[in-house]
Write a protein that binds this ligand. Structure first.
Ligand code: 6R9
Length: 692
């Protein structure tokens, strides 16, 4: 791979200015802007895919003025068994305006393709069967493996043949609840190969959450593993799945087949609970399958996968992505946002249970024929140098992680980083939440030795791929800004009335027109799709994020403006946590807000009103937290439980979260007007009980 000798970047703008401002709409979200420009050096820029702002502007202009031609040219680089329909020169149709009828997006309709074929067979047929497609690094140092594109295709074919043998057909759902083994992306690709819809559930979700998802999408088969070690912790996945399947059955849906990968490094087969007739060992049925598997050619608009994500209200939403547009878009964004060069090794630390693991650990990189690293463990095990040890071990060129991981490692100091060479690194990436300038600079200076541009990629489960992102080498970066829109993406910052703002401004981030990987619906609930995302600001897709555009046109994401809390880059709905808390028999009412957390970005702060006559106790506090862990998953556990004799409510009974956020942030003198409260005395009581 092309290793460019990169000397330190030059700081174009030497004035170091730190500005803080509040996003108009977000009100309480504050972004810290550092207006220093970081520019990749000349050598980097010369070789970059997009090497100048002019080049970007020219391509961007074409992409929004004539998206049909722009994306058709790119789509043609993939294999299509049958070409898509072109009507009046158009390859896509869309309605983004609820006033004009149902919201609808279609790209490359009529085209027949298969994303698994494009991610694997295509490269094998091009003579790359023996190139490494995936390096797998286990939780325990020393446990590793590598698979070539040929190996991967064989494995995927076997799993797909097995799925067919148990009756899984095109359009059927398959739930995958697996740790980060090679078999997880394999399972996803196997579903895609036969046109089945995969729904990966992050293997950190509880039995209740898994059951809820199973009941929603009704999978024929569940693919899982008996257990996994994450750091020093053993997670018994099998008992969670058993519990979930039992719950689902009680609620009326029976899963006939559960395939269990025996993960012998973590636990023993004989110690695994078993349900005869339903459970079957992966190792007993997959390796005996044929490695030849017919590709199911699907329509570009046929569904590829479902991924549940949290909203501000109600139960999790099944975000549905279709095949063709998603394929074209994830591949293209991967290539440009990381300036990927053939032969490079790319490592994304995300789990396949989240969208990042779908688009940028599996599909995007493999579609480009990139070699990916799949890491089972955690960044701090056995020590804080693990990531850099892995970078050196596989000569990783592109490293993509989340701010929460960066901050956690930053706390351990520079030493564990400096112990390893990291000279293979060329590009760094960040995703999941706004990256604070201090973490950005540490990442840049210490991890990247002031040599690697950082791609801070803003996007969402719903968008399928990067929306606002740097193209390294294309333009200077500002720490904390995701910079500019990707090709074809037309962002709009609007005010609370839905009026688009221009120039330097702050407001709600929307998108004006579809991009190829727009999510097509919420599974089984198109009305909710329309009301959540398209009704708030007519004519636009509303992201739920606040945003500021500075005088140079750079975009700064300021965080969620709804009741979604972003903990370590994981989206958690306040309503979900509240509903878990009130499941506890002694909890009468709960209100949950986010608060600034040094490592996690945001922490979960829960105000809890107990049933009349019940005493506060540390034991009860623990029980309440345990309730959330079991209802949602350990990652959603509240950091703080604040006893609340009452909650601040308006006369119409609406909880005023604005006030709770201020109390959680300990900004007691900024509570604002409390006179509209039904009982203003509640606030005094809450302040008194802080830290109690
Ligand atoms: C990809 C992913 C989406 C929410 C999104 C926003 C936050 C993600 C960000 C970012 C600022 C970035 N977010 N990336 N905020 N800068 N680079 O994380 O998807 O889990 O659906 O979360 O995450 O608030 O709305 P998802």
């Amino acid at each position: 791979s092309s290793q460019v000798d990169l000397t330190s970047v030059l700081s174009v703008d030497t004035r170091y200015k730190t500005e803080t401002h509040a996003a108009a709409s977000a009100g309480e979200q504050v972004v810290e802007e550092t207006q220093v420009l970081f520019e990749a050096n000349e050598e980097f820029r010369k070789n970059a895919l997009v090497s100048s702002t002019e080049k970007y502007e020219e391509m961007y202009k074409q992409s929004v003025e004539d998206p049909d031609t722009f994306w058709s040219e790119i789509a043609s680089q993939f294999h299509w068994e049958k070409k898509w329909d072109v009507t009046d020169g158009k390859v896509h149709t869309e309605n983004f305006d609820v006033r004009k009828g149902p919201i609808k997006v279609e790209w490359f309709k009529g085209g027949k393709t298969n994303i698994c074929y494009n991610a694997l067979d295509r490269h094998v047929e091009a003579g790359r069967a023996n190139d490494v497609a995936m390096f797998w690094e286990g939780n325990e140092p020393g446990y590793d493996s590598s698979v070539t594109f040929g190996n991967l295709l064989d494995l995927v074919s076997q799993v797909s043949n097995y799925l067919r043998s148990v009756g899984v057909k095109k359009g059927d759902a398959v739930v995958i609840y697996m740790p980060m083994l090679v078999e997880l992306p394999v399972a996803m690709l196997a579903c895609a190969r036969i046109g089945a819809i995969h729904s990966v559930v992050f293997a950190g979700f509880s039995a209740d959450s898994l059951a809820q998802r199973i009941l929603d999408c009704k999978p024929k088969v569940v693919l899982t593993a008996n257990g996994v070690m994450r750091g020093t912790k053993f997670i018994n996945l099998k008992t969670i799945v058993d519990d979930a399947l039992k719950q689902a059955k009680q609620e009326g849906y029976t899963v006939e087949t559960s395939v269990v990968f025996a993960n012998e490094v973590a636990t023993k087969k004989e110690e695994t609970a078993w349900v005869e007739g339903r459970d079957i060992w992966w190792q007993d049925v997959i390796p005996s399958q044929s490695t030849k598997s017919e590709v199911e050619w699907v329509d570009a608009e046929d569904p590829l996968f479902l991924l549940y994500t949290s909203g501000s209200t109600g139960k999790p939403k099944g975000v549905l992505h279709s095949t063709g547009g998603y394929m074209v878009y994830t591949a293209t964004t991967f290539k440009h946002a990381f300036d990927y060069r053939p032969g490079e090794v790319y490592w994304c630390t995300a789990d396949c249970g989240w969208i990042t693991g779908h688009s940028y650990l599996t599909y995007g990189p493999l579609l480009n024929g990139a070699t990916v690293v799949n890491f089972e463990g955690v960044p701090t095990y056995p020590d804080a140098g693990r990531c850099w040890e892995i970078v050196d071990k596989y000569n990783v060129n592109i490293f993509y992680t989340a701010p929460t991981a960066i901050r956690a490692l930053m706390r351990e100091g520079d030493k564990p980083v400096k112990k390893h060479s990291r000279k293979s690194l060329r590009v760094l990436g960040s995703v999941g939440e706004p990256i604070n300038p201090a973490a950005w600079k540490w990442y840049y200076e210490v991890v990247g030795d002031s040599r690697c541009p950082i791609s801070d990629t803003w996007w969402q489960t719903e968008t399928g791929g990067f929306m606002i992102t740097p193209m390294p080498g294309g333009w200077p970066l500002k720490p904390g800004s995701a910079t500019f829109p990707f090709f074809g993406v037309q962002p709009a910052i609007v005010d609370e009335n839905g009026k688009e703002l221009h120039g330097e401004c702050s407001g709600y981030l929307c998108v004006k027109a579809s991009w190829p990987s727009t999510f097509r619906t919420l599974f089984g609930d198109h009305p909710r799709y329309e009301t959540t995302y398209f009704a708030p600001f007519k004519g636009f897709y509303f992201s739920g994020d606040g945003c500021h555009r500075d005088k140079d046109g750079y975009y700064w994401l300021t965080g969620r403006v709804d009741d979604v809390i972003n903990v370590s880059g994981h989206r958690i709905g306040s309503a979900e946590v509240e509903s878990a808390l009130v499941h506890h028999p002694l909890c009468a009412e709960a209100a949950v807000v986010g608060y600034d957390h040094e490592v996690k970005g945001q922490g979960i702060y829960a105000f809890v009103t107990l049933v009349e006559g019940v005493e506060y106790s540390d034991k009860l506090r623990k029980d309440l937290i345990a309730k959330v862990r079991s209802q949602i998953g350990p990652f959603a556990a509240p950091d703080i439980i604040h006893w609340a004799p009452g909650l601040p409510k308006t006369r119409s009974g609406k909880i005023m979260r604005r006030i709770l956020r201020k109390i959680a942030a300990n900004q007691i003198d900024e509570l604002g007007d409390v006179s509209t409260l039904a009982d203003p005395g509640v606030v005094e009581q809450l302040i008194e009980l802080r830290d109690k």
